[in-house]
Design a protein around this ligand. Structure first.
Ligand code: SAJ
Length: 457
């Protein structure tokens, strides 16, 4: 079978390579000449675990071009960004892809949409554009099969996750199922096109709302004198409770955007948009913590550790770091950035020691595992403040090196620096500021820390 995959990004390229590695002849199409050249020269435009090996297995059946060709099937995996001003989906890439396919569309062809779209987009926008080919829907087949892979584990998840396939009619659903069965090992669930569009948006909206709830819990915990990380760990021991983690905000190309796709045509939704607002305001909340720590320091310098939108990846799309940096600079702070994974970022990236040298505050924004093992003794700070928005650092180690550690969502008494405490002036901070709670526990009871480490009592 010959398949044209339009869009060779984080989803389109791995999908194209998986199809080719499992026997399809694949023409990968991207409007960017540089991506096409890179792939045809045997190079990959981005990193993802396992993709080099997959490329080697696929390359004999894969070629990249800037234009589609006649094929049996067409798969669209182009971006659907959000217009930041109107909070409405920008369908221009999808429309362009449909227009590029139309001249090549023949009777019996199948078109699959993987990109995330507002409910109804296939019927209202994509199918009519494809019909401009002169072939009517029914004579060509159409299905929506939203992607479900998480960056950092894309290949593994593309193969093992279950998939939802929503066809325009029975034939469309079955044909699309047949194609995905060549490489998907997870279950395939069949439905109609509009339901598939809705399901994808529900999945990511559920996650966004759950993160917003965790962020609310973090703020409430600070007010109540509780450590939210410990509280969430304990609440999640309940068999039907599964709270996500608080953090500096929600980034990435999906969770921060998809809820708007779900609600853009609705006048009824409150919870979904409120969750968006809560998550979007988290950088402001973290800046408020920073402001409280730095208020007595002249010309404060902030070092950001981790500008990726989450841990262990080099992806900065919609990262909360962008907003935090802009707010901090508008506040008059000098901002330096360090990220062990990210290579390209509008703000200059520095080595960790260099970023921290002479700085007054480290703000950990991304939960890179590497941060767990940082040796704070290497950091030559002017003032030893650190805000850990992900509860990822080895706090005891930092405290022992004279750092005042402020963990997002930790209002408990053991916490060394809380928002309400007065901040000592530069250089006067006690070297070990943790205040132990004098309690003794029976040996059968353990004090949990959310990451399984012993709590720093
Ligand atoms: N985050 C938190 N707290 C958490 C979990 C995540 O603050 O407990 C933040 C992350 O730091 C990040 C953002 O949320 O900034 C999103 O991260 P994520 O890991 O939840 O999601 P993505 O965007 O990397 O990938 C998601 C996945 N969706 C779900 O898990 C429902 C993936 O399966 C989807 O395929 C992908 O979106 C997509 O393309 O829709």
């Amino acid at each position: 079978m010959k398949i044209c995959v339009l869009g060779l990004g984080y989803i389109g390229l791995p999908t194209a390579l998986l199809l080719a590695a499992h026997g399809s002849d694949v023409v990968g199409v991207d409007v960017k000449q540089s991506v096409v050249d890179c792939l045809n020269n045997g190079e990959l435009p981005f990193k993802e675990p396992g993709i080099e090996d997959l490329y080697l297995r696929a390359k004999d059946r894969f070629v990249a071009r800037t234009e589609p060709v006649a094929a049996d099937g067409f798969l669209i995996a182009v971006p659907t960004p959000l217009n930041p001003a109107t909070k409405v989906s920008d369908l221009s890439y999808i429309k362009n892809a449909a227009d590029m396919i139309a001249p090549h569309l023949r009777k019996g062809n199948l078109v699959i949409l993987e990109s995330t779209v507002p409910p109804g987009t296939s019927e209202r926008v994509i199918i009519p554009r494809l019909e401009k080919s002169g072939v009517a829907i029914g004579d060509f087949l159409y299905a929506h099969c939203p992607e479900r892979a998480i960056p950092g584990r894309t290949l593994e998840e593309m193969v093992s996750n279950s998939r939802v396939i929503g066809g325009y009619d029975r034939d469309s659903t079955d044909q699309a199922t047949f194609i995905y069965q060549t490489f998907v090992r997870g279950e395939i669930y069949q439905t109609d096109t509009r339901t598939a569009e809705f399901v994808k948006l529900m999945e990511n909206t559920c996650r966004d709302v759950n993160i917003a709830l965790a962020n609310e819990f973090a703020k409430l915990a600070e007010e109540c004198g509780v450590n939210v990380w410990e509280a969430i760990t304990l609440a999640n021991k309940h068999p039907r409770v599964s709270i996500l983690n608080p953090g500096p905000g929600v980034g990435g190309h999906c969770i921060a955007i998809d809820p708007w796709f779900l609600t853009e045509n609705s006048t009824r939704c409150r919870m979904v948009s409120t969750a968006r607002e809560i998550n979007d305001l988290m950088p402001n909340y973290v800046l408020q913590i920073a402001r409280n720590l730095l208020h007595e320091i002249k010309n404060p310098v902030i070092s950001i550790f981790g500008v990726a939108y989450k841990g262990n990846i080099d992806d900065t799309r919609e990262s909360p770091a962008f907003k935090f940096i802009q707010l901090a600079e508008n506040e008059g702070y000098t901002v330096r950035c360090h990220d062990p994974y990210v290579r390209e970022f509008p703000h200059p990236l520095m080595d960790m020691v260099e970023a921290a040298a002479g700085s007054d505050l480290i703000v950990v924004l991304a939960d890179h595992d590497l941060f767990q093992t940082i040796d704070p003794a290497r950091l030559r700070m002017r003032t030893k403040f650190v805000i850990d928005t992900r509860n990822i650092l080895d706090h005891e180690r930092w405290i022992n090196q004279g750092f005042a550690v402020r963990v997002l969502g930790d209002g408990s008494l053991v916490h060394p620096v809380s928002l309400e405490e007065s901040i000592p002036s530069m250089g006067q901070y006690p070297t070990n500021s943790a205040r132990p709670i004098p309690i003794s526990l029976p040996s059968s009871i353990s004090l949990l820390s959310p990451d399984g480490r012993e709590r720093y009592l």
